[in-house]
Design a protein around this ligand. Sequence first.
Ligand SMILES: [Mn+2]
Length: 327
Amino acid sequence: MKELDRKHTATLLRNASHVLILGHANPDGDCIGSMVALLLALKTMGIQATAWAVAPIPLKYRFMDSLFQKPDPASTNSWDLTVCLDTPCRSRLEVDPALIPSDVPMLCIDHHRISKDEFDYVYEDTSQSAVGCMLYELFCDLAVPLSREMAEALYAAVITDTGCFTNRNTDIRAFEISVELIKAGADPGTLAEYIYLSASVDQLRVLGEVLESLELLSDGRGALMYLSDATRRACMAESADTENFVNYARSIFGVQVAAMLIEAEDANHVRVSLRSKERSVNVSDFARQLGGGGHPCAAGVTAHAPLAEYLPEFRRELTAFIDSLPV
Ligand SMILES: [Mn+2]
């Protein structure tokens, strides 16, 4: 593994001839926007690039959909670099890494703490609000002009990961970069409409079910919500419809830790999202105890069990974590 700074990451990209771009399962706006922006930047530089997504892109990010493609099997020989974005370990990749020839070096660019042994090259910057911000600075180094499409993709990345500039990771740099993206053609109102004003009726129905499941733990310091695969299906909702529901639990006065458990479509594993309101309540410590990871205020775990089996155990663990926090 070789740890790179921004300058050396730029050099690595500049020397590539065909780059495969990958993201994580259940991709969010930072992942999708970063994949699209990197794809467009590389093409501008005259470098071949393929952005590979497996599942359909969620409706709210559909404005970036047309750039993704399933790679042509004949082209896999020409890949000379894989770039994983917003995905700190191989097990979180949406595309099975076994499908990628093992002699193609893998670069991970992320603002999460990266499992460094799993990649050939690593460019990590945990001080950044979004991978989109890291890419913006990288494109400046590479002197790639920002097209409107690139600016829109990066702006989508920044507003998703900063929660529209409300999360604790929101810093001056995120605002400064956003100003440059707006100057390059990203329209805040239009992008907010795509991403935040495009809920389906099914999504609101499934939100109703999730809110019904709300439990308060440890005298209201914890809030837990969950959704079984059967309930999701009954509401005709897609998994992507539940992104950010955990924030309703976090929004409650007095809640320090919010958790949302979503049973996966195969009903064999559960995705756990954890949120806190301040860095001193570090939910990534708790996530790591359970085999996951993330940031101090936003972390996650995947548990390999059906929801009904995992829920009582998780409730116990979460209660113990909250009770261990200073009051
Ligand atoms: Mn991110």
